[in-house]
Design a protein. Structure first.
Length: 309
């Protein structure tokens, strides 16, 4: 079931890069993110009310939402939207594959969920190499707009990775819908003032295509996707959850090629192959700490093991 949810989430987020590329051609990145989060916030609070889920309360919990609203919402959304002004949507989707790599590294340093083994280390190196293949030609031209756009998307991936580890540690037992509501609300609080300061959101006039993409991105790519995200995060480890970004590049590259006619050059395919190879190594290497914990749980008396679940 967890793998199926991961595939669904990856397919949804794979289309998000296509929608962002369509929207950002007519709407500023901060305005795009503000509209996305505003729609998502209204819908998620309505859903919270209809399902009679208690409103999240407590300073500590809302502090957690404030951190996630920045690291898992406002900041990466803005970085990706800004970056896609200068790079192909498929490239952005592929660069997001850095998220599991950053997560493995950060989880090794900050938690006991996932430890870096020799196969994982090789997988991480292979993933970095794949991203390097994609970025190197742009770097040779100096600090061009396209290179900075790629750097922005990679920075967004690092933000997502840190957010997933933070959420795993601080949102145990919280209702996924409530967590999404808190995150969207705080993310909107960050980004909306910036949109009015740096852009003119009230003067935009997007086409029907951009508007439809904007609504779909807000509902499917944000509300539905993040409910699935929090469910997976609650059921699995931080590293497993962010493996969704290895499904995303395949969807993103295919959609970008078919709909936006973005070229699938040998360089892009080599990069994709290296990234997926790194994923395979990381996933097959398993998690020795988790297996050790499971083995210990089997040796405990039934009452203790049940309490742990």
């Amino acid at each position: 079931m967890n793998l199926l949810l991961l595939l669904i989430l990856g397919s949804i987020w794979g289309t998000s890069f296509l929608f962002i590329k369509i929207i950002v051609g007519e709407v500023g990145p901060l305005t795009l993110v503000s509209g996305r989060l505003m729609t998502a916030t209204l819908l998620i609070w309505l859903l919270l009310h209809l399902r009679r889920i208690p409103v999240p309360r407590g300073r500590k919990l809302w502090t957690t939402y404030a951190v996630l609203g920045l690291l898992n919402g406002a900041l990466p959304y803005a970085l990706i939207s800004w970056g896609e002004q200068y790079i192909a949507s498929g490239w952005a989707a592929l660069l997001q594959s850095m998220t599991p790599i950053f997560t493995i590294l950060l989880a090794h340093l900050l938690t006991r969920d996932d430890r870096i083994t020799a196969p994982k280390a090789f997988g991480v190196a292979l993933g970095f190499g794949g991203i390097g293949v994609l970025m190197w030609p742009e770097l040779q031209d100096g600090l061009s707009a396209s290179f900075l756009g790629m750097v922005a998307v990679v920075a967004a991936a690092a933000s997502y990775a840190l957010a997933s580890i933070f959420a795993r540690r601080h949102l145990q037992g919280e209702a996924p819908i409530a967590s999404a509501a808190g995150q969207f609300t705080m993310g909107l609080a960050y980004i909306l003032p910036l949109a009015f300061i740096f852009e003119r959101p009230l003067t935009i006039s997007p086409s029907w295509t951009a508007l439809g993409s904007w609504i779909t991105l807000s509902v499917l790519g944000t509300v539905v996707a993040y409910i699935l995200y929090f469910v997976l995060l609650e059921r699995t480890s931080a590293t497993f959850t962010t493996m969704v970004t290895y499904i995303v590049p395949i969807n993103g590259l295919i959609l970008g090629s078919l709909i936006l006619h973005e070229p699938l050059s040998p360089m892009v395919l080599i990069s994709l192959g290296a990234v997926l190879g790194g994923v395979l190594l990381v996933r097959q290497s398993g998690d020795p700490d988790r297996r050790r914990q499971q083995g210990m749980a089997k040796k405990r008396p039934p009452s203790v093991a049940k309490h742990r679940l």
